[in-house]
Design a protein around this ligand. Structure first.
Ligand SMILES: Nc1ncnc2c1ncn2[C@@H]1O[C@H](COP(=O)(O)OP(=O)(O)OP(=O)(O)O)[C@@H](O)[C@H]1O
Ligand SMILES: [Mg+2]
Length: 233
């Protein structure tokens, strides 16, 4: 039985999916049997980040009961991934009730399951968060993001998921709230700071994760820091 880690955020666009995709690749390269799962059914993006063929099997097929978990897995850059479909028609006929079972089954097959959750506190986000063993919060260093992350944190505590820490994302701006202040405000350990880097956007255009395409970047070095913390190195 592996562990499931949910990457969650109070706000959208903070860099969760980018972190999830690269973390999955990094953990796999370190020899950890890892599976990435796209939990953002309406805004699926792991497939785009990892250059997966849009016609590939997806979590939507699995939630619609058309495929088993094993059949819906694809491989990308050495990691296993259950992408979300970007086809709007696939949103019909899916059952969210199946999600906890899918996550439990996959957790049994891998050492680490990384779940890219939808932003905010909609019912699907809460269901997914509650179905994982642990949670990493992703936020940007501004008051809007901190305020909304405090709500996510409160819900996480209520549903009893273990909070491993927070990643401050898209850092390096003149008006950033410093990480030690964020730590103090939220009473949560900051695991890493992911810098705002143009190479992240270039990597999305190239459909190659930055950890693979630009391993010497500061972003990739920080991904390695998070991966090592996750496996306790
Ligand atoms: N560190 C970074 N430096 C530069 N651009 C970044 C960085 N992190 C993310 N981005 C860009 O910001 C956008 C949002 O990133 P991403 O999709 O990873 O966020 P998200 O939190 O998953 O968003 P959503 O909540 O909408 O799913 C993307 O265009 C991505 O390339
Ligand atoms: Mg996302």
């Amino acid at each position: 039985m592996g562990v499931s880690v949910c990457l969650a955020s109070g706000k959208g666009g903070v860099g969760k999916s980018t972190i999830a995709a690269n973390l999955g690749v990094a953990l796999s390269k370190m020899g950890i049997n890892t599976v990435l799962v796209d939990g953002d059914l309406e805004g699926a993006s792991l497939g785009l980040l990892l250059g997966v063929d849009p016609g590939s099997p997806s979590i939507h097929d699995c939630l619609a009961g058309k495929m088993s978990c094993r059949e819906a897995l694809v491989e990308a850059y050495g990691t296993k991934v259950m992408v979300g479909s970007i086809n709007i028609e696939r949103l019909v006929d899916i059952s969210l009730d199946r999600f906890p079972k899918v996550l439990a089954e996959l957790t049994g097959m891998f050492d680490i399951l990384l779940l890219d959750a939808p932003a905010g506190l909609g019912s699907d986000a809460i269901t997914l968060m509650s179905s994982c063993h642990s949670l990493i919060l992703v936020l940007t260093p501004d008051i809007n993001s901190v305020t909304n992350t405090l709500k996510t944190l409160a819900v996480a505590k209520k549903v009893g998921v273990a909070v491993l820490g927070a990643i401050v994302s898209r850092t390096g701006g003149e008006y950033d709230i410093p990480s030690d202040q964020i730590e103090e405000l939220m009473k949560v350990k900051i695991i890493a700071e992911m810098p705002e880097e143009e190479l992240v956007k270039r990597s999305l255009n190239e459909a190659v994760p930055i950890y693979v395409g630009y391993p010497a970047s500061t972003y990739s070095a920080q991904i390695k820091v998070v991966a090592k913390k996750l496996i306790g190195v």
